[in-house]
Design a protein around this ligand. Structure first.
Ligand code: BDP
Length: 723
């Protein structure tokens, strides 16, 4: 190479590095946490001698995507292509594969047997006298997960010396649930329309499907339910199954299986039968034949998700059969193919006058032990709905003979939609680390979910997706963190949400500590801020009717009592809160005895759940010594103030990242600031009208009258129409 050419290359490289340190990339969020931008020179320096060549096969589709991802990632991070080699010829090789796929790995005699189907190890080794890093699984999928982990180490600036990692997922089914309709609408979706272009499938397989699979695989998600739990029957028609099969083909190399939400009455609607009663042999035969048909097209089909006899959906109770009987009939149809049924416990009925929070437990607890081995009961994290804060669902720990699957909501239906910055890691962690006391102290929800508490091997965690056609997938950059943290916690429910936030910030934005630290702190406080400005001290469901946008604690317009905010807060001249003590609805006794005693006693109830379990006088003395009324106003105010501080924090971070994402976050935080103030003011105005009490000294009165807040209406709220 002549000198001129060398100088030119050096110049180009220098320029590229400068560009990396001064963050000027035009970014639109599409790349999520898989950005693979050039590492800063000091980080690249860390890896000198570690990354010289890639030894990776491509004999199977999974091996090919694994190798492709490593090539793509390393090229992006290091700024040059990584040479591929069949064997190790110099120090710093990366070897990827399984003992079956790679003779090199076989010769290393690593213990891959205990890794399971999806586990991996990453270790520094010596091969042919050269230092190398091996990423090995027992199966291809494990090696793929290992490759993503390895890239994450680089993306987050971790050293590559002394690597000796072993990882296997703690939960078997790690699923996204898409609440997508076949017409493209996404129920409770705030990121555009459905990414499934059903109309053009099966022929057009949008590249986005592959990127979706990559993103999910990178965080360990291994399944996806493509359609809404409020399901129509059409998805089970041959025409649509062909489309589903096309998606399954795209996802397969990434270890992702497809599942479908089914409509219990489908045998009537598309099968031409007169009934959907599970005891009818024709109905049973129809489901068996349908399962056979599905597996013919999609041999690794995952199974069915079912919302039955809930919010107007058909189900076995229409024929006076139990939920267990309904689930078992479907389970029998899927069992020969290895499929599962995920039967939702989100069941409550308008006809039932009992406290809505109690109904799922009342219905399902007696069914424990009555489900087939391939049924999981999918339970929302809290007993009411996906509120900013609820105690954990009392079914966790109460059905030892049944695998219970966690259902979290990733989309922020009750948490400010796309624009509010609310990192859900702390919410998930709070629920997973809650102690059910089912078998004494330490019986955490996480142990119920990972099966260790009651010895289940069939385990699962589902998250209602926040994904749509928006270029940034999730409606905002920070909402991507909620997809990310869900996947990481589904892999290991004991991880810390702070550690995950830090990983995500580093991968998504920058490794610059001056940015990482304040942003992680801001994320970690964001959920508590939202609880404070929306529903503090155990309040819940104060959102606008139907669409769930904004505050409407006064609302009683919904057709069903248990959809009305006034049903939940029960504020009157004396006090506020839902009495779920033994003197009230006795929901407390759905918890283990020690917890029931605690929750039953207003003095022992954690104050964050106070108004969930008790109706408390306005002048009740809180632990702070202040009255409840005082604390309520203080919490609302603190929440709104916290958002102001978040915006200030962000304003100090201008210049650390690209302008595009910086500006959008700043604008969204300004929207959140406005809406948090609105929440605070509207709720204080309303509760003051009921309590009749003056504002505590020093607290600013609401900006507008209660009538003003009550007069606001929002006809075109996203994520909701008359379904
Ligand atoms: C509620 C949502 C509704 C869902 C329902 C469910 O508002 O759109 O259909 O949950 O989970 O929170 O089935």
């Amino acid at each position: 190479m002549n000198t001129f050419l060398r100088c030119l290359i050096a110049l180009v490289l220098m320029l590229a590095m400068m560009l990396n340190t001064t963050p000027v990339h035009a970014e639109d969020g599409y790349d999520l946490w898989l950005r693979y931008r050039l590492l800063a020179p000091e980080q690249a320096g860390l890896y000198r001698g570690h990354l010289s060549q890639l030894v990776a096969g491509s004999g199977t589709p999974t091996q090919a995507v694994t190798r492709g991802e490593l090539q793509r990632g390393l090229a992006g991070l290091l700024g040059h292509e990584m040479p591929l080699s069949d064997t190790v010829t110099r120090d710093g090789a990366i070897i990827v594969g399984t003992p079956k796929s790679s003779a090199l790995i076989e010769h290393l005699s690593l213990n891959t047997q205990d890794l399971g189907n999806e586990g991996y190890l990453i270790r520094n080794v010596v091969v042919n006298g050269h230092t190398a890093t091996v990423i090995a699984g027992r199966e291809d999928i494990g090696a793929m997960y290992g490759a993503f982990h390895f890239l994450r180490l680089l993306q987050t600036g971790q050293p590559l010396d002394h690597l000796d990692l072993r990882e296997s997922p703690h939960v078997k089914l790690r699923l996204l649930n898409h609440w997508d309709y076949l017409n493209g609408q996404v129920e409770r979706g705030y990121a555009g329309t459905s990414i499934w272009d059903w109309w053009k499938l099966p022929d057009w397989r949008a590249p986005r499907y592959t990127d979706y699979a990559r993103a999910n695989a990178s965080i360990g998600i291994n399944g996806t339910v493509l359609n809404n739990v409020n399901a129509g029957a059409t998805i089970l028609t041959p025409e649509y199954l062909q489309k589903v099969a096309a998606l399954a083909d795209v996802f397969r190399p990434y270890g992702i299986r497809v599942y479908l939400s089914i409509r219990f009455s489908a045998p009537v609607e598309i099968g031409g039968l007169k009934t959907a009663d599970l005891l009818d042999p024709q109905v049973q035969a129809w489901w068996r034949a349908k399962a056979d048909e599905i597996y013919k097209r999609i041999p690794d089909f995952g199974g069915f998700l079912v919302k039955a006899n809930s919010e107007g959906q058909p189900g076995p109770e229409d024929y006076h059969r139990t939920h267990a009987e309904g689930a078992n009939m479907l389970a029998d149809a899927l069992a020969p193919h290895g499929g599962v049924v995920m039967w939702r416990a989100f069941v409550y009925s308008q006809a039932n006058p009992d406290d809505r929070a109690k109904q799922a437990y009342t219905e399902f607890k007696p069914l424990d032990g009555r489900f087939r081995a391939n049924v999981l009961v999918q339970v929302k994290n809290g007993p009411v709905d996906f509120q900013p804060r609820e105690p954990f669902h009392p079914l966790f720990g109460a059905m030892p003979k049944t695998p219970l699957m966690m259902e979290f909501e990733i989309t922020k239906e009750y948490l400010g939609f796309a624009t509010h910055l609310v990192y859900l890691g702390p919410l998930y962690e709070e629920v997973l680390s809650a102690d059910t006391m089912a078998h004494g102290k330490g019986s955490t929800v996480a142990k119920v979910i990972d099966g260790s508490l009651d010895d289940h091997t069939l385990t699962g965690m589902a998250g209602v997706a926040n994904i749509g056609t928006d270029r940034n997938w999730c409606g905002s950059d920070f909402n991507q963190a909620n997809w990310y943290v869900f996947g990481r916690l589904a892999w290991n429910p004991s991880l810390s949400s702070r550690a995950i936030a830090e990983e995500w910030v580093r991968m998504t934005f920058t490794n610059n500590e001056a940015f990482v630290k304040p942003v992680v702190d801001m994320m970690m406080g964001s959920r508590e801020a939202a609880v404070d400005y929306m529903t503090p001290l155990g309040l819940l469901h104060l959102m606008g009717p139907g669409h769930h946008y904004g505050p409407a604690p006064w609302d009683a317009s919904e057709s069903r009592a248990d959809w009305r905010p006034v049903y939940y807060h029960r504020a009157d001249h004396q006090g506020i809160g839902f009495d779920r003590s033994r003197a009230g609805s006795d929901a407390v006794d759905q918890y283990a005895p020690l917890l029931a005693v605690q929750f039953n006693d207003v003095k022992q109830t954690p104050e964050q759940f106070l108004l969930y379990f008790h109706h408390v006088p306005w002048d009740y003395r809180m632990r702070s010594g202040n009255t409840l009324w005082y604390e309520l106003v203080a919490h609302y105010t603190r929440g709104a103030d916290d958002v102001k501080r978040m915006l200030e924090t962000w304003r100090h971070l201008d210049g650390y990242i690209d302008k595009e994402r910086y500006n959008q976050v700043a604008t969204f935080l300004a929207i959140q600031e406005k809406e948090a103030q609105w929440w605070r003011d509207a709720c204080i105005a309303y509760f003051q009208s009921i309590s009749g009490l003056p504002l505590p000294p020093g607290y600013v009165p609401p900006q507008h009258s209660l009538q003003y807040y009550q007069s606001l209406s929002f006809p075109y709220v996203p994520g909701f129409s008359s379904w």
